[in-house]
Ligand binder design. Structure first.
Ligand SMILES: [Mg+2]
Length: 316
């Protein structure tokens, strides 16, 4: 978590080929924002690629190396930067220019010579909107009950990691986990206790799969998924066993489980080195295999881990 005020300030990138423009804007904005500056289009794109997208961009239109419209076009084509608000600050005050800028996806258009208090006010408004949008997006990807990522977030991340695996050639592992006899738990302990149980297990899973890139999500109901990038089946098996035993050691009393006196988890594991989107080597087939292995764990008596290469009984 950011503890310093500076670290939590929104980041504004000023792009202009005229040093005095940069100087005036940077000086005015520095009190409330972290300011980055670029004297040209290519430098701006380079800064964004290396340091990550800012919260807002003040973009000059006329620059020698690459004009602002082209920069804006590229930013809007890139999923990583398409939601960054762009404000054109330009001497080209023709309505057609303004129309083009807004059509390219800019949120605002300020004519030079600019009146500094108006620039400040517009920046403040758009930053406030950006913060709200970011919060909404973050909430849309969280499970409301357990406060861990939801299925939508998981689906997005699976897609990202699969594509990354295609490039890197590293294996990707997937766990599906299901609370054993959860219906009986709810029926006998009540839904309030059931919700508490889900929260405790979500927290335990999230606290165990903690390497960078690991993702624990609630898949639905009493089912969780864990995505383990750059992890082969042996590595994933160790993590799966750690998750299973962590939940067992929570010793959440379950008076109506045929498996144990406490709440337990069944786990299905599948791994793949992403090759391409073939029917037997795809995000969907990885999910399908992990799901089949979860079913296998249920059949084998629950509170255990089954993995595809060992337990599927199939050479595929
Ligand atoms: Mg210029």
């Amino acid at each position: 978590m950011n503890t310093t005020a500076t670290a939590s300030k929104p980041i504004i990138l000023i792009v202009d080929d005229t040093p005095t423009n940069i100087q005036v804007l940077a000086e005015a904005l520095r009190a409330d924002y972290r300011v980055k500056v670029a004297g040209g289009g290519k430098v701006a794109l380079d800064i964004i690629a290396k340091q990550g997208p800012p919260d807002l961009i003040l973009l000059d239109v006329m620059m020698p190396d690459m004009d602002g419209y082209e920069i804006c076009r590229r930013l809007k084509q890139n999923p990583a930067t398409q939601n960054v608000p762009v404000i054109f600050v330009t001497a080209r005050s023709d309505t057609l220019d303004e129309e083009l800028g807004l059509r390219l996806g800019a949120v605002d258009y300020i004519a030079k010579p600019f009146h500094l208090p108006i620039v400040m006010a517009r920046v403040r408004n758009h930053i406030a909107l950006k913060i709200k949008t970011d919060l909404l997006e973050a909430h849309a990807l969280l499970d409301g009950l357990t406060n861990i990522p939801n299925r939508r977030r998981f689906d997005q991340q699976l897609d990202i990691e699969w594509k990354r695996g295609l490039r890197s050639g590293e294996p990707l592992s997937l766990l599906m986990l299901d609370i054993d006899h959860f219906k009986a738990y709810n029926d006998n302990h009540g839904h309030g206790a059931g919700d508490d149980c889900l929260r405790k297990i979500a927290a335990a899973l999230a606290a165990t799969a903690v390497r960078p890139g690991d993702l624990v999500a609630r898949y639905g109901g009493e089912e969780f998924v864990v995505l383990l990038p750059d992890t082969d089946e042996d590595g994933a098996l160790q993590i799966a066993e750690r998750l299973r035993s962590h939940v067992e050691t929570l010793q959440i009393p379950h008076g109506h489980s045929a498996t144990a006196a406490c709440v337990t988890l069944s786990v299905g594991l599948a791994s793949a080195v992403p090759l391409s989107n073939l029917s037997n080597n795809s995000p969907a087939s990885l999910l399908d295999k992990a799901d089949k292995m979860l079913y296998r764990s249920k059949q084998a008596g629950r509170n255990g881990v089954s993995c595809w290469s060992r337990d599927s009984g199939s050479a595929s």
